[in-house]
Design a protein around this ligand. Structure first.
Ligand code: ADP
Ligand code: MG
Length: 606
């Protein structure tokens, strides 16, 4: 009853593991090219690798027998004896990649060794060799994979949108590019040049691959011990990303993932990063191959390190040291620290007398202007109700009665602050102001996000926006996958008053921004926008406008801690309370807290 599976079925089963998507085929082809000693690799793609995925290299090439043999299962030139398997510094599938790829596509290989006069062409369709003949070709190997999964409809259906698959292809290419800076790599998609990476040193390669903005943010990491050598770069804390897409670990020049080592790095950045922010890093480990085990599932790109605890400590220390060199000082985090930021008294500091501030408008006999502590219930953390009543007892209308006519509106406004609603700012992050029940602390950035979010949403649903044309239009060049994503929302952006147009070569030009919003730096706008869009790419269609408004609001609100001037601070408070949902940021986090009089009283009881 038992029968051996025919080869083409065995190959298709293996292909299920080796080739899950175009990106996994690209990974195998690139590794083969590198193994063949290529110094120049060209990747040609059509339709995110669905219809064409071709890798051309200038490596050692193959003779006509090998060109045919390479597609047999378990055909490899890299392992002769069992020993080789342990000493091997590459990981992945051994001798199965080409056979698997050829089982689920139509492959054309053209290859020639330097020393041969003429090369070979082999055509294989679903494991079936349909042609083999001598061919004139340049030295090296070109493997073109057409119509991937043409004979496996289930797989084909499983593929994601072109922009997602292209992003995967780009990531795969980046992983190879980042550990082989000496190899020139170009990538083309649907006739356009996506990447053109010349041979370079590591830092130059990182910049060429990730975009030139990253250059100013890179800090060198380097340790050398008997156990391991760790080198690479980390990003300064201000260069954080919203996703982990710019985090790379390599061991002996192969990409791998590690939640464990990632934690070592996050720990080192502790208190330096905003909540949920992802630092950027490119970390290269070098150690003896027998100290690691790569024979965990090859597609899962995980590696087991024999001395992982020690390496964890070394990595943590190396990153901390690198950060320390740049004197990056921890800052206080609102969410974790309950206490206000009072600088510690220095012993030798001269004591100064507190200077009392007098409110000239205060009249103790004026009954309805006096504030009484509100009843308990508005303690921080509980939801607040009845916004209108918050300012009760802090009458706004009085300003026009109290001050004589000859004052300018600015002066009036100024006095209205000092005498009526004191506003003060803490580190450019918080705005403090008295309210009926106590002291209100507003998270400035979240408040800005709320205000902008409601306006953007309003404009998306009632498009009628004026555009303020830029005097100096700014061009922004994007990584190709990002460009595809941005293109998909350009129409919406036009609706709300942005004038952003494709400019060819993955570049857009920002000609104008909505007149009714604070103009922002075009690069920053687009970068922020893309990060939020990436996170939501999957369900972008369902709540498109909310998502876009959120992305824009976050981009426009920014993260600057430069204090606002008094008018801006006042306007922010007013605008916040004109919102439909002032108490929550567009992501549902509190925009403000109230410390009640009772709580303050309690503190002074001690
Ligand atoms: P493996 O890489 O594990 O050996 P593959 O199926 O990926 O298995 O490749 C089979 C063999 O084909 C390789 O061992 C190598 O000899 C040859 N080969 C594949 N790609 C190339 C290439 N681009 N240039 C030269 N030889 C190649
Ligand atoms: Mg291979």
């Amino acid at each position: 009853m038992i029968q051996l599976l025919p080869d083409h079925i065995a190959n298709q089963i293996a292909a299920g593991e080796v080739v899950q998507r175009p990106a996994s085929a690209l990974k195998e082809l690139l590794e083969n090219a590198i193994d063949a000693g290529a110094t120049n690799i060209t990747i040609v793609l059509a339709d995110a690798g669905r219809t064409l995925l071709q890798v051309v290299d200038n490596g050692c090439g193959m003779n006509s027998t090998d060109a045919r043999m390479a597609f047999e299962r378990h055909a490899t030139s890299k392992i002769r004896r069992l020993d080789d398997l342990n000493a091997i510094t590459t990981f992945g599938f051994r001798g199965e990649a080409l056979a698997s790829i050829a089982a689920v596509s139509e492959v054309t290989i053209k290859t020639r060794r330097q020393e041969d006069e003429i090369g070979t062409q082999v055509i294989i369709s679903a494991s079936e060799v349909t042609a083999q003949e001598p061919a004139a070709c340049t030295a090296g190997t070109s493997i073109a994979v057409r119509n991937l999964f043409f004979n496996v409809p289930a797989r084909r259906k499983f593929l994601k949108s072109d922009s997602v698959e292209l992003k995967n292809l780009v990531s795969e290419m980046q992983r190879v590019a980042l550990c082989h800076p000496e190899v020139a790599i170009t990538m083309q998609h649907n006739g356009a040049n996506l990447y053109n990476l010349p041979a370079a040193n590591l830092r130059q390669r990182i910049v060429a691959t990730m975009g030139k903005e990253i250059n100013q943010h890179l800090i060198t990491v380097q340790v050398d011990t008997s156990v391991v050598r760790i080198k690479g770069f980390i990003g300064k804390p201000e260069c954080v990303k919203r996703t982990a897409s710019e985090q790379f670990f390599f061991v002996n020049n192969r990409f791998f993932r590690s939640a464990y080592f990632q934690k070592a790095i996050y720990n080192a950045y502790q208190h330096l990063l905003p909540e949920k922010a992802c630092p950027v890093f490119f970390i290269y480990f070098e150690l003896s191959p027998d100290k690691i085990d790569v024979n965990i599932h090859p597609a899962k790109i995980e590696v087991k390190f024999e001395e992982e605890h020690i390496i964890f400590q070394m990595l943590h220390a190396a990153v901390r040291e690198a950060l320390g060199k740049f004197a990056i000082v921890p800052s206080i985090d609102f969410n974790t620290e309950g206490a206000p930021d009072i600088p510690p008294m220095r012993k030798d500091a001269p004591a100064t007398l507190p200077f009392p501030r007098i409110d000239p408008a205060f009249n103790p006999f004026d009954d309805d202007k006096r504030t009484k502590p509100a009843s308990a219930g508005n303690s921080s953390g509980t939801p607040l109700k009845g916004w209108e009543k918050l300012y009760e007892g802090l009458s706004r209308s009085r300003q026009f009665e109290t001050f004589p006519e000859e004052k300018t509106p600015e002066q009036l406004s100024m006095e209205r602050f000092t005498t009526e609603r004191a506003i003060c700012q803490l580190k450019g992050k918080y705005i403090l102001t008295p309210v009926k029940s106590g002291c209100m602390i507003i998270d400035r950035h979240r408040a800005q996000q709320r205000i902008l979010y409601e306006r953007f949403l309003q404009n998306l649903t009632h498009p009628q926006q004026e555009t303020q044309q830029e005097i100096f239009p700014q061009t922004v060049t994007l990584p190709p996958a990002d460009y595809v994503l941005l293109e998909s929302v350009l129409d919406d952006l036009t609706q709300i008053g942005y004038d952003i147009r494709p400019f060819g070569n993955n570049t857009v030009v920002v000609n104008g921004q909505p007149a009714s919003f604070p103009a922002m730096d075009a690069t920053q706008l687009i970068e922020e926008l893309l990060y939020t869009l990436h996170e939501n790419a999957a369900d972008l269609k369902t709540q498109r406008h909310e998502k876009l408004a959120l992305s824009l609001a976050k981009a426009a609100a920014g993260t600057s801690d430069e204090p606002l001037n008094m008018f801006e601070a006042q306007a922010l408070v007013d605008n916040l309370f004109a919102c439909k949902e002032p108490a929550l940021s567009p992501e549902g986090k509190p925009t403000l807290q109230i410390i009640t009089i009772e709580e303050i009283d309690k503190r002074f009881l001690k």
